[in-house]
Design a protein around this ligand. Structure first.
Ligand code: HEM
Length: 268
């Protein structure tokens, strides 16, 4: 081994990655063996959410700028990140109901429902719901989340792109209240039908559509695995955040970020 490898560097691995902070951020509240797993799964998920927001915000800007190539790369990366997030349920699934029961009293009212980044990502994808701001009212991130609610989502930018490409998109859709979720629209569906009927002519829009479908598909897979993990661990008990638990999580599976992209399948 070279001598250089053993000399303390000016900037070390730990300095660069802020490992002092990162590795001291696991502070179990009990002596339960599984609490470290529980904390790390959540923290790792939050890091992946952070990267997903970074990538999808940039992808949205590229779509706004009619620069689809880099947006495709970023959206594809997020789909892979979602793969990691889905995989993490397998690790968490090794925790039994008895293990969780022992640490649940130590969680207080803390719940993923209060995840600021999860809500940011939902808003960015287009699942706008102003009532979700309430739980953040007294926090310093409230303003950021409120601003995200009022911004065009990734899908709003895609609908605007369809309009710029000459598809007949109603003006009221382009000027809609962005604080509300996008509702399925016949003109948008007709535009996507044209794209899917003639992929060669509209190749980049066709590729964009399929990349969005990948995103939604995996988001729903994550939600489904969350629901099933919850059923497996706490059954049908209420959540620590105070919701009905599994029934609350099941409701989210009924929604769609990009409704016309799924309806188009029926029309083809
Ligand atoms: C033992 C493991 C887990 C259990 C029992 C559980 C349970 C629940 C329940 C019951 C809810 C509904 C809100 C409530 O009443 O608290 C919820 C929401 C949520 N959980 Fe989990 N969860 C677990 C693990 C995770 C993990 C690892 C993450 C990763 C970040 C996560 C993220 C979320 C998010 C983002 C929500 C809000 C979903 C929404 O509002 O649609 N959960 N969880």
């Amino acid at each position: 081994m070279s001598e250089k490898l053993h000399t303390p560097p000016a900037m070390s691995y730990g300095d660069y990655l802020g490992l002092d902070t990162l590795l001291s951020a696991q502070r179990p509240r009990s002596d339960e063996h599984d609490e470290l797993l529980f904390i790390i799964i959540h923290q790792a998920s939050e890091l992946w959410l952070k990267l997903s927001i970074h990538e999808l915000s940039a992808a949205r800007q590229h779509i706004r700028d009619d620069d689809l190539g880099p947006a495709f790369k970023m959206i594809a990366r997020v789909s892979r990140i979602q793969g990691q997030l889905i995989q993490s349920w397998d690790v968490l699934g090794t925790m039994t109901p008895s293990d969780y029961h022992a640490l649940r009293p130590h969680l207080g009212q803390s719940s993923g429902f209060q995840s600021f980044q999860y809500r940011m990502l939902e808003f960015l994808m287009g699942a706008k719901d102003a009532s979700m701001l309430r739980v953040h009212e007294t926090t310093e991130v409230y303003g950021v989340l409120e601003a995200a609610l009022a911004e065009p989502s990734l899908y709003d930018e895609c609908v605007r792109l369809l309009s710029r490409r000459g598809f007949d998109i109603p003006a009221q859709l382009l000027e809609r209240d962005l604080r509300l979720p996008h509702e399925a629209d016949a003109a948008v569906e007709a535009a996507w039908v044209s794209v899917y009927r003639d992929p060669e002519r509209y190749w980049d829009l066709y590729e964009l559509a399929e990349k969005l479908v990948d995103l939604e598909f995996r988001f729903q897979q994550w939600r489904f695995a969350h629901l099933k993990t919850v059923e497996r661990i706490i059954g049908f008990k209420q959540g620590t955040g105070g919701s009905a638990g599994a029934a609350y999580l099941a409701k989210a599976l009924e929604g769609s970020f990009f409704p016309e992209l799924f309806r188009v399948r029926t029309s083809l």
